[in-house]
Design a protein around this ligand. Structure first.
Ligand SMILES: [Zn+2]
Length: 252
């Protein structure tokens, strides 16, 4: 196993903004990714990844009236280990509530979104990867378009969910697209570990970026650390800013 690459402040936003490689990525539209008559299935390791990775994409899906099925794999209750302010019992209740609030802030009409909580243990998805793949497969149809975290995103759950989703999508013949989330932290624009040849850019309007920002601010538990337990916020300001560029990226 490679060491945890999510340390320090990561690659600064200005480095991404200055990248010609990123600027020149081919553009793809949401209509191309999820054609009419197809359903989008968004598989999020933790409650917040759906907004961090594809909060812009989801807004367009809602406008296009595409049905959306969201699957939250874990309740995210391992985000503050050892914290008395954010114990597991509190996080397991609060984090799904934060997601519900964030989805509301994105302006997703409730009738277009179905939400399933898979109930896998946070930080331990890899140990039950085969069960997760079987679980996902039960909910997929061949015509579905699946969006999930990139299987090399640098967080053990993101990678396990990416692999399990890929396996399930392959088994039923569904289309799979992967989203970088923590990649923006540890990678650089020149990083050869990132499959740039598969990367496509979904442009976002300033209004869509503003709604995504508002939605991210629903994740209070993640914006707050716990100094008493020596925990920095998971979503520190520099992390949030990196995820609010005027586009989202999918690996096709
Ligand atoms: Zn996550």
């Amino acid at each position: 196993m490679r060491p945890n690459p999510i340390v320090g402040q990561g690659t600064p936003l200005h480095q991404w903004q200055a990248s010609t490689r990123l600027a020149e990525l081919p553009v793809v539209s949401v209509e191309q990714l999820v054609p009419e008559g197809h359903r989008a299935v968004i598989i999020a390791p933790h409650p917040d990844d759906e907004v961090l990775g594809c909060g812009g994409l989801m807004q367009v899906l809602a406008t296009l009236e595409r049905p959306i099925q969201l699957i939250s794999v874990t309740d995210g209750s391992a985000s503050h280990p050892g914290s008395r302010r954010w114990p597991v019992e509190r996080l397991s209740v609060v984090r799904p509530q934060e997601s519900a609030q964030a989805l509301h802030r994105l302006g997703l009409p409730l009738h277009s979104l179905k939400w399933l909580r898979a109930g896998f243990a946070d930080s331990e998805v890899a140990a039950r990867e085969a069960q997760l793949a079987a679980f996902i497969q039960r909910y997929l149809k061949a015509t579905d378009v699946v969006f999930t975290t990139w299987r090399e995103d640098g967080h053990c759950d993101h990678e396990a969910v990416g692999r399990a989703s890929a396996q399930a999508a392959h088994a039923v013949g569904a289309t799979l697209y992967e989203l970088p989330v923590w990649t923006w932290h540890w990678a650089t624009p020149e990083d050869s570990q990132v499959p740039w040849h598969r990367a496509r850019k979904i442009p976002m309007t300033p209004e869509a970026v503003a709604r995504k920002r508002h939605a991210i601010h629903a994740f209070a538990s993640q914006l707050e650390g716990d100094p008493q337990a020596g925990l920095a916020p998971v979503l520190a300001p520099y992390v949030v800013e990196r995820l609010l560029q005027p586009f989202e990226v999918v690996f096709v």
